[in-house]
Write a protein that binds this ligand. Sequence first.
Ligand code: SF4
Ligand code: SF4
Ligand code: SF4
Length: 336
Amino acid sequence: VVEEGEPFVERHLIRVAKDHNPRIKIFGKLSSHLPQTGELNFSAVGRALSSLLGIKYDASPPVEKLEVLEKSLKMLTPRTLTMCSGCPHRAAYYAAKKAIRTVSKGRYLAMGDIGCYTLGMYPPLKFMQDVFCMGGSIGVANGIAQTGIKDPVIATIGYSTFYHAGIPALINATFNKANIKVMVLDNYVTGMTGYQPHPGSGQTATGSQTKKVNIEDICRACGVEFVKIVDPYDQKSSVAAMEEALKFPGPAVVIFRRLCAQEYLRMVRKKGEKIIPCIVLEEKCIGCRTCVAAFGCPAMGFDTVKKKSYINTLDCTGCKVCIAVCPYGAIKQSEE
Ligand code: SF4
Ligand code: SF4
Ligand code: SF4
């Protein structure tokens, strides 16, 4: 049995098979033919099969070193972990950073949470300084705010994580007068863990219709006096809302609401609609790299020979946020 993670299938297979034939032999992780930890790569499986067949395992050349693999590795664009092209979370973080530069000269502390939006802590955004645990962002931000720190203290939390574990900490923020700013990243879905329904989706786990529980209503009921809802694709309104929240003397919540880009693509394809990508106008691009080095949509790249940015139109979702990001008006939606 070759399975990643726990030897779940193997264990159950042994139980069932041995009832029928107690002498049957089952090989896998529990028999120590395969390693319990690490990846089940070609070599690990090759070694296990060789030992079972009683033949010498020929490790030369190990598949990881095959020439074709080496060549393909060289062709890959090096990237850090990042959110998808057109992801609304990237737009939310970008707007928040802009607001922070205006309100507090770029100084702030941000605590993250667990979900696709956790990836906002990696370059180029590097928005959060810490991610403690699932549901930990608002609680940790509360604690930091109580130290008397002068810089803005921000918590970023996803839509379904907020329902799951954000509410008690938000009540605590109001109760203990913690001057924290909460960014709720509402993409309508539970993106990272399989799009399962949650209290805001209007659907139960069995697919039946149910009442939607609104995050804005919960925030107000928790005593938060500043609650704003913005579309992160609208950079102007998003920056303005974050600036207001940062200046507000007390706990403030900005809900960034926009459908997950992957879910959007699924819907568009289902309807047979066309995605109109954006393009870089080479004659206007001065190669400042703001779009790639500060924003970082993975549909964008930089041509080091031409010293200009470009957009991979096959990967672009047409969200148009990069149009607002480029300070030189060098990006526009294509006419195709
Ligand atoms: S799955 Fe959706 S929410 Fe997650 S990174 Fe991709 S676009 Fe963003
Ligand atoms: S931000 Fe605009 S001008 Fe700067 S590199 Fe990107 S497309 Fe070119
Ligand atoms: S429109 Fe711009 S930001 Fe949006 S997916 Fe395309 S390249 Fe990325």
